[in-house]
Design a protein around this ligand. Structure first.
Ligand SMILES: Cc1ncc(COP(=O)(O)O)c(C=O)c1O
Length: 355
């Protein structure tokens, strides 16, 4: 794949670019968007590159007015030999299609998604941090960019990939607030779609959690406010006795790609993983019986974050600090960095042209 002729140069890093460890997440954006337009009467147009700050978005479009927008978040890593690979891009392509279906947006073909991801990485090859010191996060966004204020499905959409160079997240130990009043999703709603409405609905809960001194929120089910769903941007896992339990994909939580990796890695390591409803009372009972082990959250941005405790204003359920989260984090990092031959199929190499 070659860069489009109007952008023959791969931009170098700006002179004041920070060290990888100081990038954090989401602030250091690449200068281009890899994009493709969709018209109901013409299908998908050929991919192109647009300078990010010149990309037009109309205020009166369906994405801004009615939230007609879905997105993905995936990462590219640099291997020890300097080559660059995307991590599980096909899984992200399929989840974007599922999100698009739920909102009635056109589903980008997998090949187009992969082509745009490769283009975004190739043009920003200099922005991918060195091996083992961070990643390039890709944010594919599919949105209705047609102007018009009437409430109706749009006929024109754009799939646009922005990138941001980021540090490896620190191994955090989180205290989570089980939100007793607000809900994020209900059966039949948007919970399983990666769409802005879920995050808009979630920010109020995050504020309430932080006001109480917690790091993040755990969303509970909409009816009984007792069953665990997911955290703000992470799926949840809890060790109880000799098994690891994670809430099921019941349509109210995101089907995390990291969740899927972790389930596979645990099972390969001989650990029993059960996808089942998990209530706060179940956790409290396991704690009293001395069966409660460690707990952790999983996500592309956070990777694996240990959970110290979950509180709901009445009780504080405390998890043990075992090696499980740290060893899974190390295992995942070695696979993502390309340091092991294991799960090589999860890595999709991006060829970077030199001419
Ligand atoms: C609400 C929510 N749940 C779970 C996840 C974890 O999903 P993944 O592992 O695919 O990043 C994310 C992050 O994308 C998220 O935003």
């Amino acid at each position: 794949m070659r860069l489009p002729p109007q952008h023959p140069l791969r931009p170098a890093l700006p002179p004041d670019w920070p060290e990888p460890e100081a990038l954090g997440f989401g602030q250091y954006l690449g200068p281009y968007l890899a994009e493709a337009q969709h018209r109901d009467d013409g299908g998908w147009a050929a991919p192109s590159l647009t300078p990010r700050t010149a990309a037009p978005v109309a205020v009166a479009c369906g994405a801004v007015q009615y939230g007609l927008s879905v997105f993905e978040g995936l990462k590219a890593f640099r291997a020890a030999d300097g080559s660059i690979h995307l991590f599980r891009p096909l899984a992200h392509a399929r989840r974007l299609q599922a999100s698009a279906r739920r909102l009635g947006l056109p589903e980008p073909p997998e090949e187009l998604f992969l082509l745009l991801c490769r283009l975004a990485v190739e043009v920003h090859a200099e922005y991918v941090p060195p091996h083992g010191r961070g990643s390039l996060y890709l944010r594919p966004t599919l949105f209705a960019d047609e102007e018009g204020l009437g409430l109706r499905p749009a006929t024109r959409h754009r799939l646009s990939i922005a990138v941001t160079a980021c540090s490896d997240p620190p191994l955090k130990a989180l205290r989570l607030w089980a939100e007793p009043e607000l809900i994020r999703a209900a059966p039949g709603g948007l919970g399983a779609a990666k769409t802005g409405a879920n995050y808009a609905a979630g920010l109020g809960g995050l504020r309430r959690a932080q006001a109480r001194g917690y790091d993040d929120v755990v969303w509970l089910d909409a009816f009984t406010h007792t069953q665990l769903g997911e955290a703000g941007t992470m799926n949840l896992f809890v060790q109880i006795g000799d098994e690891v339990v994670t809430p099921p994909l019941d349509g109210t939580i995101l089907a995390g790609v990291t969740r899927d990796c972790v389930i596979q890695l645990l099972r390969e390591g001989g650990v029993r993983v059960t996808e089942m409803a998990l209530g706060l009372d179940d956790l409290a009972a396991a704690e009293s019986a001395g069966l409660l082990g460690t707990a952790f959250g999983t996500g592309t941005a956070a990777r694996i974050a240990r959970i110290v405790s979950i509180g709901d204003g009445v009780r504080e359920i405390r998890f043990r600090d075992t090696v499980l989260a740290a060893s899974l984090a190390a295992e995942l990092k070695s696979i993502q960095s390309g340091d092991t031959a294991r799960h090589a199929a999860w890595r999709e190499t991006v060829s970077i042209s030199t001419g």
